[in-house]
Structures are given as C-alpha cells and as structure tokens.
Write a new protein. Structure first.
Length: 316
C-alpha cells in the first residue's frame, strides 16, 4: 500500500469540489482544453495514439463529447478530413450528448452513431454512444441490441456493462428487495465470463449499488445507504469480499476507468462497516471522487464522499 495522501489544503479542497469525468487522464484533459479553443488537432492525435484500446477510447471519446462545443469542432474536423473515423465517432457521441440534453432529436444522434459505425466496423465506440442514448430514451429491446453490438466487438467493455447494470437495476422496483433480481444474475454472469484480470470482476458490487439506488428512489430502502440492511446481508458480504480480494490481487493501475470502480468499492466497504478496507481504497482514490455512487439515492456527492472518507480515515 502507498502512504496516505497529504491533508487537503485550501487549494486542494476547492479542486476536490469539481468532479471531472476525465479522472486522472492528463492527456485527455489537455486535448479537451485544446478542443475548447478550437484546436481539434490535439483530439485527433489523442485518438490516433489511443488506437484499439477500446475501454480507453470509449472513455476519452465520451468525455470529449460532453463539452458543449464538441459537435461544432468535430464537424470542422470532418470538413478537413472527410474520411476520418475518429472525427465521425466524436461527432456521433457529441450528438448523443446533445440529444440527451434536448438540444437535438434522438433520431439524428442515432443516424450519426450508425454512420460512425459504418466507417469503423470493428470499433465498439459508436455503439456505446447508441447504448447511452437507448438507456435514456429507448425500449429494453433497443438497449439489449445496442449492448450486443458493443459486446460483439469487445466482450469486456467496461462502460457498456456499467450502463446495462444501471438499466437493469431499475426494473421491477415495485416488488421491493429481491435477492434473485435479474441485475445480480447479469453482473455475476459478466464477471464469470470475463478474464481473471478483468475489472468486470467488480461488476456485482456495481449491481448492488445500482439496485440500492433504484430501491431507495422507490421508497423501499432508507435514504442513508450506511443505515440500510442492503449492505449487511450474507450475499452482500460475499460480493464485497470477492471484489475486494480481486482488487488486492490485480489492482489494475492502467485501466482508464479504474477510479470509478474504486469509488463504488469504497462506498460498498464503508456502507458495510469495513472501515480499514474502505480506508485503503480512499488512499488509492485520492482526490478523484466520482458522483456515483456517493450521490445515491439523492444526496450531495461531495458531502457524502467527504463524510465517508473522514469516517474511514479517522479524521471526522
């Protein structure tokens, strides 16, 4: 274990208040800043060097696409390089984000995703964009079709599995807690199918948190996750232990979305009452907190993260 981070000073406290989807990807941050100034060449270079590292490509494209100016600059890039698959996929994901914000029609975003997919048949990223859109606006069949297209190109796609878990967790909440709910089956199946070193091993923890979110929103669980029995049952403890043991053995430092997993795992360990294990995870997270799952079900994520971190590290 590395030593704990130094105490947060005023500057770091202010920085910690801003969640950044780029996480700790400095190259992505630089390309995003350049894109904001209209210099799309940096984004071009970034995606060229990303190559077919599909999890990293998906992470970088979705983060760039969130910026309000991205669609305009992606179109300019396409004018300069009409055959660019990278420009096409960036425009497609930007259109998805615009559709999710009500700035364009979903049908236009779907068309952009399919055009990008035609330009790069092996790339799961256009289908990830479609999955993002369908999870928000489509039917269950639409979601499954998009997910299958992603998985056909990259079976262990991290972001796509997280999206599927979040979608499935919201099904049949009216029945209340159900240890046999389909989201648990899906997460266990995906974890078992993945290679031993795949971060999908932590997917059952993600499923547990997402199901809590859905149940709490429906009034079946208390608003304070640490006060919920959702985290203290035998099945929950087994899931948390297996995921934590996997992290101790593998701890994939290079995975672009590992900090998302670490936040979910720290949240689970804190809610379970395993302070020492949560503390080890908070050390690894450092200042890279993520809104989910600290916001679940309807909490201020900054406050929830800070309170849990202080409690685990004994600085409350």
């Amino acid at each position: 274990m590395s030593p704990p981070p130094p105490p947060l000073g005023r500057g770091r406290r202010r920085a910690a208040q801003a969640f950044d989807e780029a996480l700790d990807d400095a190259d992505l941050m630089a390309a995003r800043a350049a894109l904001a100034q209209g210099r799309w060449q940096n984004a071009r270079s970034l995606l060229v060097h990303t190559g077919d590292d599909w999890d990293r490509r998906g992470h970088r494209v979705t983060v760039l696409a969130r910026e309000s100016y991205c669609a305009a600059w992606a179109r300019e890039w396409l004018l300069a390089e009409p055959e660019s698959a990278d420009a096409s996929v960036l425009l497609a994901l930007a259109q998805v984000r615009r559709a999710l914000r009500g700035k364009t029609k979903p049908v236009r975003a779907r068309e952009a995703c399919r055009e990008a997919a035609d330009r790069a048949p092996a790339d799961p990223t256009p289908w990830l964009g479609l999955l993002l859109l369908e999870c928000a606006t489509g039917t269950d069949q639409d979601v499954v079709r998009a997910f299958e297209q992603v998985r056909a190109r990259y079976a262990d796609h991290h972001h796509a599995h997280h999206l599927m878990v979040a979608r499935l967790a919201g099904r049949r909440t009216e029945a209340g807690p159900d240890p046999l709910h389909e989201v648990y089956d899906f997460a266990n199946w995906a974890a078992e199918q993945a290679p031993a070193d795949s971060p999908l091993a932590i997917l059952p923890v993600i499923a547990h948190a997402e199901r809590y979110r859905a149940l709490a929103a429906a009034g079946h669980e208390p608003a304070d996750p640490a006060a919920s029995g959702h985290w203290s049952g035998r099945r929950a403890r087994q899931v948390m232990k297996a995921a934590f043991d996997w992290w101790l053995e593998w701890e994939l430092e290079g995975h672009p979305r590992r900090l998302i997993d670490l936040n979910f795992l720290a949240h689970a360990k804190f809610c379970e009452g395993r302070g020492a294990e949560a503390a080890a995870l908070f050390h690894r997270i450092g200042r890279y907190a993520t809104p989910a799952p600290w916001s679940y079900p309807d909490r201020d994520p900054h406050t929830a993260f800070a309170a849990a971190r202080a409690g685990a590290l004994g600085t409350a």
